[in-house]
Ligand binder design. Structure first.
Ligand code: ADP
Length: 398
């Protein structure tokens, strides 16, 4: 089989990440990766590094718009310094109720995804912009949408159905679940020995947990939007709906326009809450750890709440799975925050989970449970780009 370079695009609210893999004969070799970060600022960052980590591009350009940001990426990739992609895979957070399968991107598909932007308001607007621009700037190259929701297609109706009037269910309000590409990558890494009863905690800027039985997702913490579930960097996670009504009523006093009030409420629950809201300091775990070292009580409460919520969620999934064989931590916090893993597992002692402090004292891939733990606890990286490449190749019939 000839070599097929596959480009992966992963856009966030203020960044576009990308990577390319050389594929063929079962090989998946990363050629380069890069990012353009700080969209909407005068001093952005634009870098590309090769597989050995050598910086090939390292710039600090003004990034007034996503158009400027993506043009930088396209120009660099067209410069002749990088192999032309045979196909492009787009990480797609949510396609809405009708788009449940990974598939080739057409203008009609982009319109459909855009119609449900409210389901992932931080991700979908830039993602559909990048899709349209990729079709325009890389003509003749097939583009594919790879969905974070795809992994959650096995959720039972009892988990997806929301306890609300049917008219809203008919509008597509249901549990979709997110971080699915990360979860797929964990199962990929556990092959061929995927445990029967598995819980994976993806803990990053956004955090979620999934219960997986025999490789099928049976429950997941994020719901209609990535704001649901466990507390995240700046998102509430699940919360008494009365709190939202209370806040909305306060906002409505100074913002009588209903749409504007809803926007403000969305900002409160998505951008000002979570670890940031509780700590009044940062959404970033590293900053909170520094603050805790300096005796900051609010940072301590934020992190305690984070670990407590996760332990509660894992406990409920153990009940659903009727036991637990393996717990996997992944994501920036899951891979690197040694203390968070210890704090979460300390709350789960009743389940027979015992960490080995020495084994846990690592960043990155490891088995961290003690020999007498009744549950194996592992740390694995989220290899999302690799999974996107695999889906693209499958959709191309390779
Ligand atoms: P995203 O969800 O945007 O992909 P990541 O998975 O990269 O985010 O996770 C980002 C989170 O990981 C941040 O809260 C960051 O502070 C945390 N993190 C990264 N490195 C460390 C570390 N060494 N110790 C504690 N937390 C870390």
């Amino acid at each position: 089989m000839s070599s097929l370079p596959i480009l992966v695009l992963n856009s966030g609210s203020s960044s576009i990440k990308f990577s390319a893999y050389e594929t063929g004969d079962g090989q998946r070799t990363r050629l380069f990766e890069g990012a353009v970060d700080g969209i909407g600022t005068d001093l952005g960052k634009f870098w590309i590094k090769d597989a050995a980590g050598k910086k090939l591009v390292d710039q600090t350009p003004p990034l007034p718009s996503r158009a400027v940001a993506f043009q930088l990426v396209a120009d660099a990739l067209h410069s002749g310094d990088f192999p032309a992609p045979a196909a492009i895979g787009h990480r797609t957070v949510c396609g809405g109720p009708n788009i449940r399968e990974n598939q080739i991107i057409t203008p009609a598909l982009i319109d459909e995804i855009e119609g449900y932007a409210d389901l992932a308001p931080l991700h979908t607007p830039i993602a559909v912009y990048i899709m349209r621009e990729a079709l325009r700037l890389f003509p003749g190259i097939p583009n594919f949408a790879v969905l974070d929701t795809y992994f959650h297609r096995t959720l039972p109706e009892v988990a997806t159905h929301m306890p609300i009037p049917t008219e809203y269910v008919a509008m597509g309000v249901r549990r979709y679940g997110y971080h699915g590409i990360s979860y797929e990558s964990i199962l990929h890494q556990l092959q061929p020995n995927v445990p029967e009863k598995l819980v994976v905690a993806h803990l990053g800027n956004g955090s979620s947990i999934s219960a997986i039985r025999k490789g099928d997702c049976i429950d997941t913490s994020m719901g209609l939007t990535p704001t649901g579930g466990i507390i995240s960097g700046s998102r509430t996670g699940d919360i008494d709906p009365g709190v939202l009504i209370f806040i909305l009523k306060q906002i409505a006093r100074s913002t009588p326009d209903a749409a504007a009030a809803a926007e403000k409420l969305e900002t409160v629950v998505s951008k000002k809450s979570g670890l940031l809201g509780v700590s009044e300091r940062s959404n970033d775990m590293r900053d909170l750890r520094e603050a805790i070292q300096a005796g900051n009580a609010k940072a301590r409460l934020a992190v305690d709440k984070f670990c407590w919520t996760i332990a509660r969620w894992i406990g409920s999934y153990v009940a659903e799975l009727n036991g637990l064989d393996m717990l996997v931590f992944t994501g920036g916090i899951g891979e690197n925050d040694i203390a968070a893993r210890a704090e979460i597992c300390a709350n789960l002692g009743a389940l027979g989970i015992v960490l080995d402090p020495a084994r846990n004292n690592v960043r990155g891939e490891a088995t961290i449970s003690a020999a007498n733990s009744s549950v194996t606890v592992r740390v694995l990286p989220p290899l999302e780009d690799l999974i996107i490449v695999n889906h693209v190749l499958r959709l191309m019939g390779q």
